[in-house]
Design a binder for this molecule. Sequence first.
Ligand SMILES: Cc1cc2nc3c(=O)[nH]c(=O)nc-3n(C[C@H](O)[C@H](O)[C@H](O)COP(=O)(O)OP(=O)(O)OC[C@H]3O[C@@H](n4cnc5c(N)ncnc54)[C@H](O)[C@@H]3O)c2cc1C
Length: 288
Amino acid sequence: MRGYLADCDIQAPASLAEALAVLAREPGVWTPMAGGTDLMVVYNAGRLQATRFLDLSRLADLRGIREDTTSLSFGALTTYTDLRDCRAVHQHFPNLVKSARVTGALAIQNRGTLGGNIANASPAADTPPSLLAYGAELELISPRGLRRVAYDRFHQGYKRLDLAADELVARIIVPKPTGRGFHYFRKVGTRQAQAIAKVCLAAYARIQEGVVAELRIGLGSVAPAPVRARNAEALIIGKPLAALPVEAAREALLDEISPIDDIRATAHYRKVVTGNLLGQMLRELANG
Ligand SMILES: Cc1cc2nc3c(=O)[nH]c(=O)nc-3n(C[C@H](O)[C@H](O)[C@H](O)COP(=O)(O)OP(=O)(O)OC[C@H]3O[C@@H](n4cnc5c(N)ncnc54)[C@H](O)[C@@H]3O)c2cc1C
């Protein structure tokens, strides 16, 4: 049966302290709601049990993009439009701009948030591969205080997060790349726009004197959660650009993913495309 909004209880606290107090009083009872672009779809389809929503939209502490010398810190309520409009994001994190551009269309980009994309925990979401590639960290807040976790440890399985019932994602902190960087992002869907990813691969590499000094590869839609391709990364790091072990890395990558057949693509298709994207990324890396 479709959700009926009149049956819902919505609280819209004006301060973070007030929001945390609501969560502390009844942990697990109140579902945080940011832009509502994921929640309202499942609610409308009658697939959401929750009827009590904690509207985060008035929480100024969860807004804004802050820059310091070493990092950018994104409030969880940062929208895709905010990402697209921010010069520092274009300068330091072009993959995040690309992720934002291919997420839904303008209405979703105006309303959907980075925190919501992360906490919704879809394996097919578009910003997680870029956040993994850039080595992001999350700041989680609860009545017990702030805690910082590496984003690549936050997803613990399908829709399972290192997030307690009384915690909110407060900020997403992304270290600024240093030195000569290489950025790659590619989402493969049925169409160029308004499509959920069949495969998504984002990578960041730092090159030093012709050698790959640092590499992180983030993948979407090929496992129960967004994942790093750690074995493939390990094979490439330390190698000269002129002699990258592309085939060995491809084999390692295919061994560490576990795609499924679903309405969008088969597991076989996803494996072939993931291997091809890795090959394309490494060719572009080698060619400077
Ligand atoms: C037409 C359409 C197209 C879309 N296209 C794409 C696409 O191409 N790529 C893509 O990745 N997604 C897409 N989405 C999904 C969605 O828009 C994004 O995932 C969006 O970023 C969700 O953010 P939100 O603020 O709307 O989250 P909400 O719907 O408000 O919340 C989503 C989940 O996150 C939790 N949550 C939100 N904020 C916090 C917080 N600060 N702390 C703790 N938990 C929190 C909520 O409780 C809920 O479980 C699409 C959705 C629609 C309707």
